[in-house]
Design a protein around this ligand. Structure first.
Ligand code: E4P
Length: 226
């Protein structure tokens, strides 16, 4: 499983990148607004993130247009920001059509706001490089977000979508809208390719009280041998 950071906060990205386990970043309009971002500075901000994480780490930047041609135009502009920029497109009819066209141009798309197996299958067939099923938001409406991700992973793994994706790359499922380390555990067990996590969850993933107690006792005992 790969870990992406779900944030637009440059300090969080720098910190997480320094830990050595970061494989990408996902952003969305809410996350950009949360760091005080403004429309005029959006592409520069994405460029800075792409630069911080380096060319091997995909950085998803979301389109907000509602019609196919505008999504296409915005997607081309976002993809041109850096070689590792990925265009994030909502799962909707116009989004599918734009994804097909972007993929045909060699532009990688992350289809977001995906909640069901049929949505995921359509996204994969339209050439999405990534599909992002949301866990927390599904839980919020009393559905089972984890079960949906498990279903989506199982369904997409029944088929080979490589002929559909850019450069024949493997289509990957990004478990998104993650709210806890346990979500990450469950997604890893079900074989999700990627978990995109908020920085707060990433910090919690490192910790365990027995690890901390073990470090403390080893350090104390080491004092005895000096
Ligand atoms: C994914 O790419 C989204 O940015 C994100 O995971 C949404 O999470 P939320 O439901 O916690 O806002």
């Amino acid at each position: 499983m790969k870990f992406f950071l779900d944030t637009a906060d440059l300090d969080e990205i720098k910190e997480a990148a320094s830990w050595g386990a970061l494989a990408g970043v996902t952003t969305n309009p809410t996350l950009y607004a949360r760091v005080g971002g403004k429309l005029a500075g959006f592409e520069d901000h994405i460029a800075r993130i792409c630069d911080i994480v380096g060319p091997e780490c995909p950085v998803s930047a979301e389109t907000v247009a509602m019609d196919r041609d505008q999504i296409l135009e915005d997607g081309r502009r976002l993809a041109a920001i850096a070689p590792n920029a990925v265009v994030k497109v909502p799962t909707m009819v116009e989004g599918l059509a734009a994804t097909r066209a972007l993929a045909d141009e060699g532009i990688r798309v992350n289809m977001t706001l995906c909640f069901t197996v049929p949505q995921a299958m359509l996204a994969a067939r339209a050439g999405a490089r990534y599909i992002s099923p949301f866990i927390g938001r599904f839980d919020d409406i009393s559905e089972d977000g984890l079960e949906q991700v498990a279903n989506i992973v199982e369904a997409v793994n029944n088929y080979d979508f490589t002929a559909n994706t850019v450069n024949g790359e493997k289509m990957e499922v990004i478990a998104a809208s993650i709210r806890s380390a346990n979500h990450v555990t469950q997604c890893a067990l079900m074989g999700a390719d990627v978990a995109t996590v908020p920085f707060g969850v990433l910090k919690k993933m490192v910790k365990h009280p027995l690890t901390e107690a073990g470090i403390e006792s080893f350090l104390n005992d080491w004092e005895k041998v000096k």
